[in-house]
Design a protein around this ligand. Structure first.
Ligand code: FEO
Ligand code: CA
Ligand code: CA
Ligand code: CA
Length: 653
């Protein structure tokens, strides 16, 4: 009871699964007698770039160059962060680091109060971005900036001195629950590097904690909608807190985006029939942490049962105020975070922007991380104007969902109540939406109706800085059906990476070409970008975090859990680097025991790389620790950022 875990699948639509699409493509190729090998791996799809093709750079054949100048780290189960020789990795701002207010010291027995926790970094670091102090102008400052990071969820046994106090299945200690709410959200931390290259937290008025209880504004088409109205905000224009902030994004105008992922499990509804806007998100009858079992408005809001006559007098609509992308101005500590509803409501993993062009709309991509859910794209109505555009660009635009066709083409299907195709799809499905706000609150249902492709749990996306190709991790899917004997990957326990190129290289368009970049897995069940099996240097499973450095190298982070971690051939979770130009892929880092490696950002000079280590010692109790990273023997494991640099002080790679 009151544990963690991913949300249960809730997509019951009849849309084809991505694996069906791949298999359909493969069958086509095989029956037409095409060669097996790389093509079979690609399901016969036209590769959008050929990684193995000879290419030149400054006149040198690529085969003789490597853009991964480090020795691959071996698989290990060591309870530490392992990086290649010549590099160092230092833990930084672990859970409980005082950053604001009265700067309350972290107490090793976890006896800090809820109030303390609201002035310290939260638990379970995840998505993160470094904003140079001059981010709003040139953005080149590499020794001084704001680090914005998510705190995805909590390990209750470790958060409190003796774990949670539960009596007859109910939470009884209000301060305990408040501490849990305050350990969620986002931290903004001003940091500076000294002459010796060491980073430190500055006592700064900009340092800030945003928690599961911080007031937020609602903007975009769902603002003021009846389904957003609650006892807290009868006008449906504000909400309290952000939760389960997984991956992140950042805007071209210098703000941070935090993404609400597995939020449904924070709520409970005892209603026998759930309305579609709760049912399609799998809202449970008992919540993950039991917050709603304590009296008082601040906790009762997690009870989504319809109890009053009027929906403005209870919290049946409270879950509708979650599942959004939240924009935060890290440079203005007094600013109110804004939930941008035009970007859709689902289990947002993250949000990644296509490169911006002045005078063009902005385009961003987001995955819905649950089994058999979808990938989305947003195109703003208004055009980007450097130094003048702001978050309003995210309030008016078109949300699309992806359909991956068997022939390697793809379509972006608009979820727009004004669009004739969408109206037709709604009529055919016998589904009605009163307005665009209602479409967005029911994003998953809208995507079902237009025939989006069910994916193997879309996680992070990343856009290649030069080619504009978009890469997405599909972490795994235990519910994939066994459809093809030639395909050893059903179900898909290891995951893969998909990529696409927008037609005409225009991110605002509605057609794209796709292929698979990598199939994760052990040596005998995987394919690298060149179509060969993965090796000792790069086997991985459950890819999750994804990021391009400025030189177009793809950094891949893994989130294996359970038996994959304990019994698999992969060791602890890891981070690899892959060069799409050559297909070369090498393991760069291995995390401590029980931890996920997630969240990545760098200084503009690329001499400092920041990576997060989440939930080391997962499964620990308040007295028995399965990891003691980063503090050492006998001490509670803590999520933390890791600062990675080269010992010679140069660029990381
Ligand atoms: Fe929170 Fe999809 O990882
Ligand atoms: Ca995570
Ligand atoms: Ca993730
Ligand atoms: Ca994951």
């Amino acid at each position: 009871m009151f544990g963690n875990g991913d949300e249960l699948p809730s997509n019951r639509s009849a849309n084809p699964h991505i694996q069906d699409v791949i298999n359909a493509g493969r069958r086509k190729v095989l029956t037409s007698g095409a060669a097996v090998g790389a093509l079979a791996f690609l399901g016969g799809l036209p590769a959008i770039t050929n990684a193995a093709a000879p290419a030149t750079d400054r006149g040198l054949p690529f085969q003789r160059r490597t853009r991964l100048p480090f020795g691959a780290v071996s698989i290990t189960r060591a309870d530490t962060v392992t990086v290649p020789s010549g590099f160092s990795a230092t833990a930084f701002i672990p859970w409980g680091t005082p950053i604001c207010g009265s700067y309350p010291a972290y107490l090793e027995d976890a006896s800090n109060s809820a109030e303390d926790q609201a002035q310290q970094t939260g638990m379970h670091h995840d998505g993160m971005h470094f904003f140079p102090m001059d981010a709003k102008f040139k953005g080149r400052k590499s020794d001084h900036g704001l680090l914005a990071l998510n705190h995805e969820y909590i390990d209750v046994p470790l958060l409190h001195r003796n774990g949670a106090t539960v009596v007859n299945g109910k939470r009884v200690d209000a301060d305990e629950v408040r501490k849990e709410i305050n350990a969620h959200g986002v931290s903004i931390v001003e940091i500076r590097r000294n002459a010796r290259g060491e980073w430190a937290v500055l006592p700064s008025a900009r340092n800030r904690r945003i928690t599961g209880a911080s007031p937020m504004r609602i903007e975009g088409p769902a603002r003021g909608h009846d389904l957003m109205k609650t006892r807290y905000s009868p006008s449906g224009t504000s909400a309290r807190g952000t939760l389960n902030n997984c991956a992140n994004g950042y805007t071209p105008w210098g703000t941070y985006l935090t993404c609400e992922e597995n939020w449904a499990g924070y709520f409970a509804s005892r209603d026998s029939e759930l309305p579609r806007h709760l049912r399609r998100y799998g809202l449970p009858s008992t919540s993950r942490y039991g917050w709603e079992t304590i009296p008082g408005d601040e906790f009762q809001r997690f009870d989504a049962t319809a109890t009053a006559e009027d929906f403005r007098a209870d919290y049946r609509n409270e879950p509708n105020t979650f599942g959004w992308i939240v924009e935060i101005d890290p440079f203005d500590p007094d600013s109110t975070p804004v939930k941008r509803t035009a970007l859709g409501r689902f289990a947002h993993e993250g949000l990644v922007f296509a490169p911006v062009k002045p005078g063009w709309p902005v385009v961003c991509y987001s995955g819905d991380d649950s089994q058999n859910e979808y990938i989305y794209k947003y195109v703003s109505r208004d055009r980007y104007r450097p130094l003048r555009s702001d978050g309003q660009l995210l309030d008016d635009g078109t949300l699309y969902v992806a359909r991956f066709n068997p022939d390697g083409s793809g379509d972006w299907l608009p979820l727009d109540i004004e669009n004739a195709d969408f109206q037709q799809a709604c009529a055919a499905a016998n589904v009605e939406f009163a307005n665009q706000g209602e479409v967005l609150i029911n994003t998953r249902l809208a995507a079902d109706i237009v025939g989006a492709t069910k994916m193997d749990r879309p996680e992070w996306g990343a856009v290649h800085p030069d080619t504009g190709e978009v890469y997405f991790t599909l972490t795994n899917n235990s519910s994939r059906r066994d459809t093809d004997a030639a395909n050893p990957r059903a179900p898909n326990p290891y995951g893969h990476i998909i990529r696409w190129r927008e037609e005409g290289r225009s991110h605002t368009g509605v057609r794209f070409q796709w292929d698979l970049y990598l199939l994760a897995g052990p040596q005998n069940d995987s394919r690298d970008p060149r179509g060969k099996p993965l090796t000792e240097e790069n086997i991985l499973a459950s890819p999750d975090g994804l990021w391009f450095d400025n030189d177009g190298r793809l950094w891949i982070q893994t989130d294996m859990s359970g038996s994959q971690l304990s019994d698999g051939p992969f060791g602890n979770n890891q981070m690899l680097v892959s060069d799409p130009r050559t297909g070369e892929t090498k393991r760069f880092l291995v995390g401590p025991q029980g931890a996920e490696v997630t969240g990545i950002t760098a200084t503009p000079d690329f001499r400092t790389l920041f990576v997060n280590i989440q939930h080391p010692g997962e499964g620990s109790t308040s007295t028995e620790y399965t990891s003691t990273w980063p503090d050492g023997a006998g001490r509670r494991p803590r999520s933390a950022t890791v600062i990675i640099s080269r010992d010679d002080g140069g660029r990381v790679i």
